[in-house]
Design a protein around this ligand. Sequence first.
Ligand code: PLP
Length: 478
Amino acid sequence: MDVTEFKEFAQNMVEYIGHYLETIRDRRVLPSVEPGYLRPLIPDSAPQNPDRWQDVMQDIERVIMPGVTHWHSPRFHAYFPTANSYPALVADMLSDAIACIGFSWIASPACTELEVVMLDWLGKMLDLPVEFLACSGGRGGGVIQGTASEATLVALLGAKAKMIKKIKEEDPKIEDNAIVSKLVAYASEQAHSSVERAGLLGGVRFRLLPTDDEYKLRGSALQDAIHEDREKGLIPFYAVATLGTTSVCSFDNLDEIGVVCQKENVWLHVDAAYAGSAFICPEYRYLMKGIERADSFNFNPHKWMLVTFDCSAMWLKNPEYIVNAFNVDPLYLKHDQQGAVPDYRHWQIPLGRRFRSLKLWFVMRIYGVTNLQAHIRTQIAHAQEFADFVRSDSRFEIVGEVIMGLVCFKLKGSNEINEKLYKAINASGKIHLVPSKIKDLYFLRFAVCSRYTQSPDIRFSWDEIKYLAGQIIASSKE
Ligand code: PLP
């Protein structure tokens, strides 16, 4: 393909994307295809001779779109949002054109340097303590990870390296294995599954602790667990506090947890994967009270801050433990300026990394803080609209608190009737949501996900839920 054809192809694609996104509401949010639908639609093997780009374009509607779940439809209420915006799409085009692999400063200085500054911009937008920011001149700084799961694992590995180092300084003869077999990490039983998985990947014990009646981990539960484990000869070293849990969007009591972690010399990591974006609005920062006691903090602009996947922002007060934990330094990756600026390959698990800070830069500049705040506030207001509908119908009840863009709700009555409602909603395919269960309580989660959502969309989704609930209640009485 030459540049003339590229421009024509790309312009065509831009037209297609613009139309797709602006009319996304009109598509059925959940595809109705069966597993294996795609293979019969395309040839068995790659074409020997080139296809025309026009033919490839034609196949998008024929082959791909029938099997797409439209995450950016205002009818999509499943999981948590994944972000999308025009500035981020364009930034990713440029990133793909530069196509550098920014594992070290010299591998593409702009890739590293823009990331350092963008994580400072973003950290300031959240009013993170200065110890987390590179511009403070201290040790702290930020990095873009691919996902929150990676951030939790990277922090765990840093905490593990730190504790091993400390114990070996006290007792140089002790073997690493003897230490690792005693390490124990903590999170709430409401923490995301990736947190427990970080324990499995890191080869350490992980204890999931009970929450209070509002699904929050409290300092006392962590303190009790640490006491118990020390009595058993174990070594507490890492705790994860979740701000915005996946099931109900509850907020662990960071203020209490931080005090315990500091006293017990336990690394505190904060997972705010979804809700962290809301901290750009000052009125939600009370939820991260105590953040100054954390060692690492992470949230996903790719969930709720209009930056496309993947962009998971992580800050560390002292990246040294992580840098040292992963430091393998072959000659072919060395350069003369080492040490003057971060070599981000030491801050993450893979070697390769894309130029992801471009999309943060484009989004923050082209929206401005004011419009990013407006996006968060609008989505939370839509969640409140939905919650008001639920409250206005005596057959339903809300589960947990509605603070962010997630409303958990259920029909009053058994789990079975709610399972029926869930199945009916997704079978009809007009809207899409997912259920969750805490202890024995089964409920439905309604997340406001699309940046196209308007009040009539919330009404549409509620009408659909109400209609199907009416049918299920009527059939259960027959
Ligand atoms: N933590 C929380 C609280 C989440 O809600 C999620 C996903 O929704 C994750 C972690 C995992 O995020 P990622 O897909 O970025 O690893």
